[in-house]
Design a protein around this ligand. Sequence first.
Ligand code: ATP
Length: 237
Amino acid sequence: MTALLEVENLSVAYGAIEAVRDVSFSVEEGQIVSLIGSNGAGKTTTLRTVSGLLRPKAGDIRFDGKSIANADAHEILERGVAHCPEGRRLFGRMTVEENLHLGAYVRKDAGVAKDMARVYELFPVLGQRRQQKAGLFSGGEQQMLAIGRAMMAKPRLLMLDEPSMGLSPIMTQRIFDTIKELQSQGTTILLVEQNALAALAQSDRGYVVDLGRTTLEGPGHDLLADPRVRAAYLGED
Ligand code: ATP
């Protein structure tokens, strides 16, 4: 079986700074896959390169069997890869509904209204407040809206960068429940998280990124039980 996303020996640099040196991982259709690792390990850079915002220095990225390593961001989104960025990047002065419409801008099909209804079903608070400005929302609500906006592109692969950042434990759980729900509805998920415990517990597969390299990989539950992961990322001795 071909993986939906294959990243092979990826290197990415900002000028002289090599942020990603040799990252390889794959995401099978229907899976939740996590990249975990400490601050500055290169996870965000990897996602930004997959979505075409940065160019690889070396290595390849294949989506659905075809290289997207040199495709532009718009084309990658059209092919079915949506990116929910770190920090949410919403348009605070625009309403919920306007933010959601922006997520659908590459689509040419007639299903936008139906998918907006699906976002409101998943996140009723967004439906109740659809005419309110996004900037007035709490961190958790903004994260819901950011996920909803990415869903509006109707992606085959949804990439989420630090969705639990700054959220309470209850809201974090809510977001992870939603991620599971999206998976059960057929979306494949690539997750970047510093909250290794929550991420690995929900993931079919995980990869540890350390100083720009993938150093460990395995099923989420195996990595959670791995003493090296527990010591480095779960704060255990
Ligand atoms: P975080 O969770 O903090 O985002 P990360 O694992 O996602 O961490 P990256 O943000 O990808 O890591 O950063 C990897 C390395 O690249 C770090 O050393 C960082 O300082 C550097 N870096 C990131 N963005 C830039 C940039 N725009 N210019 C120069 N260096 C950068």
